[in-house]
Design a protein. Structure first.
Length: 433
């Protein structure tokens, strides 16, 4: 899996919300994002899972599907998937270099007129790369995950056949606003005329914002309660939308919260079915049963859980899942987060489920120093220790704890997966027994 110098160079560009650069660059590319129907997925948590469920159901129904996810957990290839499989290195390198040549020509033209302020960001380049790859590969439909917000996100140049918003909570507040209503207003920007919207369970204020937006642009909105219903029976889901009912649904994705994502995904698929896509019930069941995603409640080894929970809602989901499992004698949270994150909002909901918190970090430029992270958690009533980098901390904690839970960042989840794959935990018995 690659690390390309073009992406490395663009990684320093930071976040620049807005659509003008993206629209201009896509014109230079020949507007590849208009070559196929699009499912557009926004929201706070659950976007990646919803995209993955929709993708696998469409693949099972016989469609060629391009899926654009962000961020990646371990390898940038994960952002660009054909039929659920990350793009191979050779194809990705070729696509990056082709796109960079176009970017260089385009940048020279627009920079001259705008004092050099028009360079693409990493996310904009990666999004355009996905659009181009999907057009070249002849996908029959693309499933596109929003990066941040919606209204000014680089993906919001598409005109979706259907959009989905599985959840809204407090996250990226510096950029999107400090209330769920303000954040909902930004995410509602993906709702456009001609594309119905399917939403999941969320705070009442956020739901009302989305309903007002759907009414303003004249599109139907399917929401939990009157339109969408779910019920868990002996480990299987019964899901209902205005298009019909689907029973005996098994999910490979772990956690009861995935029932909400599955219900939203089914709503998306049923909207597509109304639009003429042939998606049999058996294909949906098969796709949902096969859909998995990196860094979401993974249990790669006995006594080890890896999850990308990085905000309060994600932590609450992890806490609810842990509450359904037998409580081991000594469960340790191995926590690593971005510097911009508030660790108290993540650790708070998790406190009842852990005996100790050990801080760590992965090799990411935004990762908080373990010592600084531990200092911010001093006020909590829990055993607290400062650990080293994840490559050192995970084997040490894994040997001490009966169960180790790695959480706080998707990038940390990726680094933990790499430690497992390296064999560093082989021969270690959880809890030292």
């Amino acid at each position: 899996m690659i690390t390309h110098p073009v992406l490395t160079r663009l990684a320093a560009s930071g976040v620049k919300l807005g659509l003008e650069r993206m629209q201009s660059f896509l014109v230079a590319l020949g507007e590849p994002h208009r070559a196929y129907p699009v499912v557009h997925v926004a929201g706070t948590n659950g976007k990646g899972s919803t995209c993955t469920l929709v993708t696998h159901a469409l693949v099972a129904a016989g469609y060629r599907v391009g899926t654009n996810l962000s961020p990646h957990v371990e390898h940038v290839n994960e952002r660009f998937r054909i039929d659920g499989v990350p793009i191979d290195d050779a194809s990705l390198v070729s696509a990056i270099e082709h796109l960079d040549r176009t970017r260089s020509d385009w940048s020279e033209q627009v920079s001259a007129a705008h004092d050099g302020r028009e360079a693409l960001t990493y996310f904009e380049f990666a999004t355009a790369l996905a659009f181009q790859l999907f057009a070249e590969r002849g996908v029959q439909i693309a499933v596109i995950e929003v990066g941040m917000g919606g209204r000014l996100d680089a993906t919001n140049v598409v005109y979706p056949n259907v959009c989905a918003i599985p959840s809204i909570g407090l996250d990226h507040m510096a950029e999107l606003g400090d209330t769920v209503e303000a954040i909902a207003g930004e995410k509602a920007g993906v709702i456009k005329r001609g594309g119905p919207v399917v939403i999941g369970v969320m705070p009442e204020g956020a739901r009302q914002v989305l309903e007002r937006r759907a009414k303003a642009v004249g599109v139907p909105i399917w929401r939990p309660g009157p339109d969408l219903q779910r019920e868990l029976r002996k480990g299987r889901w019964s899901l209902r939308t205005p298009e019909g009912r689907l029973d005996e649904v098994a999910l490979a994705l772990q956690g009861e919260h995935q029932g909400n994502n599955a219900l939203v995904a089914l709503g998306v698929l049923h909207v597509l079915r109304r639009q003429g896509f042939v998606i049999p019930d058996d294909a949906i069941r098969d796709g949902f049963a096969r859909a998995t995603l990196e860094g979401r409640l993974e249990t790669p080894m006995p006594g080890l859980v890896i999850d990308g929970a990085h905000n309060e809602d994600g932590a609450k989901v992890l806490a609810r899942w842990l509450a359904t499992r037998p409580r081991p004698k000594n469960r340790i949270l191995l926590l690593g987060m971005g510097r911009e994150r508030d660790p108290l909002t993540v650790v708070g909901p998790l406190l009842p489920h852990f005996d100790e918190v050990v801080t760590t970090a992965c090799a990411h430029p935004k990762a908080a120093d373990p010592a600084a992270l531990a200092a911010r958690l001093q006020e909590l009533d829990i055993v607290l220790a400062e650990g080293g980098p994840i490559e050192e901390a995970l084997p040490e904690v894994y040997a001490e704890a009966d169960e180790t839970v790695v959480a706080g960042s998707l990038f940390l989840a990726g680094a933990a997966r790499a430690v497992v794959r390296s064999g560093a935990l082989q021969g270690i018995t959880p809890g030292g027994r």
